[in-house]
Design a protein. Structure first.
Length: 346
């Protein structure tokens, strides 16, 4: 792994598109790219029932402080809804784009109050050029920085954030649930008022009306505010903790880096070792290498593809990293700490 915050300028022979072709044929022959529409629909129905059970619990408990306990399952099943919206954006569920748009807007706009179009735009650019500071919006300079070049010259509040970003990373994740809503609405408002944008904004308004209105009907304004904040904090922490280990601290290609699809996706991604608990809580996205190589592969198949992908990477000499969840967080936080090192020295 290169020094923290640096980009790579590799001189070794780059991989070509043909390096990926044999693996693609193997995965296709194993049937791992085939849709699992029926299983997806069952999973979506179960998650909707779980969210419905949370709502029923809120109604039954009413204006009791015990309703705050329901923020925990609300955060968990909201994250599951985000997983289904993510999969719809990758066209994993069925063969119809219209079906995917419907499922995506149901989960993103209606259930979560965020923009499906915004998420797709941002996430597809990330998949096209993961960890590339000029092309991947997930590592663009913002509240956090990912390279020494991004950290250079930052002063005031942003300088303080950069110096301490490893320490405040998880507290910042608690704001992710709110940030997703704000970023999506901002995206829709700043794009020309296409019909699709108007529809999405209408769905988000419907979500906010039902969500806030429902809480205020069930409980006092004070309890409603506390529940809403707690729900979004837990949702942000859960969702952010799923995506945080995947790329932070991994290699960051520069403009002169010549990688084919295989190297570009594998060298910039990190898997988290799977087990029944990790796979469920992370939605199978802990198999991030497989997901980046085959973004349209149903999430349930990612674990099954891991053996073939790992073996192939070993044969062609591309480093494949899978580590424990604790080690993955440690590597990402160490990277962020090192990026702020020069600022702390002044």
């Amino acid at each position: 792994m290169p020094p923290a915050g640096t980009t790579l300028d590799r001189t070794q022979k780059p991989s070509t598109g043909s390096d990926f072709a044999p693996l693609l044929r193997e995965i296709k022959a194993a049937g791992l790219l085939e849709r699992r529409t029926g299983e997806y629909l069952i999973g979506i129905a179960i998650n909707l029932l779980c969210l419905g059970a949370v709502v029923a619990g809120l109604i039954l408990l009413g204006n009791s402080w015990l309703v705050l306990l329901l923020a925990i399952p609300a955060g968990i099943f909201s994250t599951r809804a985000a997983f289904f919206g993510h999969d719809a954006g990758h066209q994993q569920i069925g063969s119809s784009r219209k079906l995917h748009d419907w499922i995506g807007q149901l989960h993103a706009n209606v259930l979560l109050g965020m923009s499906y179009a915004w998420w797709n735009d941002k996430h597809n650019r990330h998949h096209a050029n993961p960890n590339h500071t000029d092309k991947d919006p997930d590592v663009a300079a913002g509240v956090l920085v990912w390279t020494l070049a991004q950290a250079e010259g930052r002063q005031g509040l942003y300088g303080w954030l950069s110096r301490n970003q490893a320490r405040i990373f998880f507290p910042l994740l608690s704001l992710e649930g709110f940030s997703l809503k704000v970023s999506g609405i901002t995206y829709l408002l700043t794009h020309r008022p296409r019909r699709a944008a108007v529809v999405e904004l209408g769905l988000i308004v419907a979500h906010l009306t039902i969500y806030l209105g429902g809480l205020l009907l069930i409980m006092s304004p004070q309890k409603a505010l506390v529940f809403a904040v707690l729900h979004h904090v837990l949702f942000g922490l859960h969702l952010g903790s799923v995506f945080a280990p995947n790329h932070k601290g991994m290699e960051m290609p520069g403009c002169d880096t010549k990688w084919g699809h295989l190297e570009k996706q594998v060298r910039t991604s990190r898997n988290v070792n799977g087990n029944i608990v990790t796979d469920w809580m992370m939605g199978g996205l802990n198999y991030q290498i497989e997901h980046h190589l085959f973004p349209s592969m149903p999430r349930a198949n990612l674990r099954r593809a891991q053996g073939a992908v790992r073996a192939y990477c070993e044969r062609v000499g591309v480093p494949y990293l899978s580590t424990s969840i604790i080690a993955s967080y440690a590597q990402g936080l160490r990277h962020m700490h090192e990026v702020g090192r020069e600022l702390r020295a002044h």
